[in-house]
Design a protein around this ligand. Structure first.
Ligand SMILES: *Cc1c(COP(=O)(O)O)cnc(C)c1O
Length: 386
């Protein structure tokens, strides 16, 4: 069938009837029971059994050695960057196609994001293209990697698993090895997503998860730092709990810390949500299959499917327009949104945002193309049930 905005809408309505938000949490398990227990017992704040349970459940779900729950995903990312050794004035490689938080966390460290391009196969960072770029612009000096064009030290690389699809982690890790950069995974969108048999977030030195209201599992607002290094885990815990020295009654803080703790009430919601993670993923994968079938006979558009050797959580389903019809993206967005199907374009590349306009970057043509062609379509787990 030939492409038109109406044909896209017709295909979508074979899967989703009536109106549908982009993604809403499903609060239908033990959330009420667990939150009520917090309220009844008075354990509402940053200490309590649910915070500990939530960390343990995340460890089990991801295979991470250590998990430190935080107030949100952005805070988790900030802590990851600090612990990876990012210093004021450094540059940090981040994908241009990501949510603003990825670059914001770099800025919180008084460092500068250096934007990297994506690849079509994963929508995440393109390691081959980054390697070629770094060979062109960077040089080693005294054990550091310097951007020869800006004179700044490049001190870390953040990759991100776009809409739940794992980036080429082997490729990215190879670039990190070659240039001596610590790898941080922004795994905010990829809880439950597996790369070559191993949960995302376990391939870097540190990684960040998010449990914001729109993520696959929510705590209302929340996040976590993941690491396999016991020292880094202890430091993450210390830094997120105001750097207070353990003592029965004395207030002593050995550095400027942060109040980045997750509360027990939020963790209680998270525990109930995590009990259903596998089920959420199953339903999301079923929904993705139905969308794939719905678009199969429509020219000019396809549903993004998981990269090779990966099992994605399909957090937000992605519809990709062919370049030939990309000029009609907004026409599609107008029509489907007017019909009550909440669809959104990808984030504007971070390199185009006002605060980051002047930051260093490589050629970003693929990120730009993905931005022009990508539409996120309704992806709540319950849509798989209808
Ligand atoms: C959601 C998200 C974050 C930030 O998480 P919050 O919990 O909202 O602070 C960071 N990076 C990416 C890619 C995200 O999607």
């Amino acid at each position: 069938m030939t492409f038109s905005a109406q044909a896209v809408l017709d295909a979508m309505t074979t899967v989703v009837s009536g109106s549908a938000p982009l993604h809403v949490p499903e609060i239908a398990g033990n959330e009420w029971t667990y939150v009520k227990e917090c309220l009844d017992t008075g354990w509402v704040s940053s200490v309590g059994s649910y915070v500990d349970n939530f960390g343990d459940m995340l460890t089990a779900a991801t295979g991470a050695k250590y998990v430190v729950p935080t107030i949100n995903g952005t805070a988790a990312l900030h802590v990851c960057l600090m612990l990876a050794g990012v210093e004021p004035g450094d540059e940090v490689i981040v994908p241009a196609l990501s949510f603003a938080a990825t670059a914001n966390a770099v800025f919180y460290c008084h460092a500068v994001p250096h934007f990297a391009d994506s690849e079509e196969a994963t929508m995440g960072l393109d390691p081959g293209k980054l390697e070629a770029h770094l060979l062109r612009i960077a040089k080693s000096k005294g054990g550091d990697l310097l951007n020869a064009q800006t004179g700044r030290r490049i001190s870390a690389l953040v990759c991100m698993h776009t809409f739940g699809h794992p980036v080429d982690l082997d490729g990215v890790a190879k670039v990190c090895d070659r240039f001596g950069l610590p790898l941080i995974e922004d795994a905010a969108e990829s809880l439950g997503s597996i790369y070559k048999g191993r949960h995302t977030g376990n391939h870097g030195v540190l990684s960040a998860l998010s449990f914001n209201g729109n993520k696959i599992v929510t705590t209302g607002g929340g996040g976590a730092v993941m690491t396999s290094d016991p020292n880094l885990a202890a430091l993450a815990k210390h830094l997120t709990t105001t750097a207070k020295m353990p003592h029965a009654w004395e207030f002593d803080h050995d550095q400027v810390g942060y109040n980045y703790r997750l509360t027990n009430v939020n963790a209680a919601i998270g525990c109930a949500q995590l009990e259903r993670l596998d089920e959420f993923i199953e339903r999301k994968r079923r929904l993705a299959e139905r969308y794939t079938e719905a678009f199969a006979n429509l020219n000019g558009v396809r549903l993004f499917t998981e990269p090779r050797d990966c099992r994605s959580n399909y957090w937000l389903n992605v519809m990709l327009l062919d370049p030939e019809v990309e000029v009609r993206r907004d026409e599609v967005l107008e029509l489907v949104n007017a019909a009550g199907l909440m669809c959104r374009p990808a984030w504007k590349p971070l390199s185009n945002l006002t605060p980051y306009r002047d930051c260093p970057r490589m050629d970003l043509s693929v990120a730009g193309s993905l931005y022009r062609r990508l539409i996120n379509i309704p992806s709540s787990p319950r849509l798989a049930d209808t």
